[in-house]
Design a protein around this ligand. Structure first.
Ligand SMILES: [Ca+2]
Length: 62
């Protein structure tokens, strides 16, 4: 069996996304995190990989 999680920082799961958003000054609600996960997770594997994250950031007004 090959180690599939050799690079754990290659993607964001919900907890990591929540942690990152928690570091900003914006208060992000659970519902907003749900929406970000749903919109960002294009292949529906329950996590945001790097490509998905980049696309997600493109859609976030900074
Ligand atoms: Ca994904």
């Amino acid at each position: 069996m090959k180690p599939l999680q050799r690079n754990q920082d290659g993607y964001l799961d919900r907890g990591k996304l929540e942690a990152i958003l928690g570091m900003t000054e914006e208060t992000v609600s659970t519902i907003e995190i749900d929406e970000l996960m749903r919109d960002g997770d294009k292949n529906n594997d329950g996590r945001i990989d790097f490509d998905e994250f980049l696309k997600m950031m493109e859609n976030v007004p900074v």
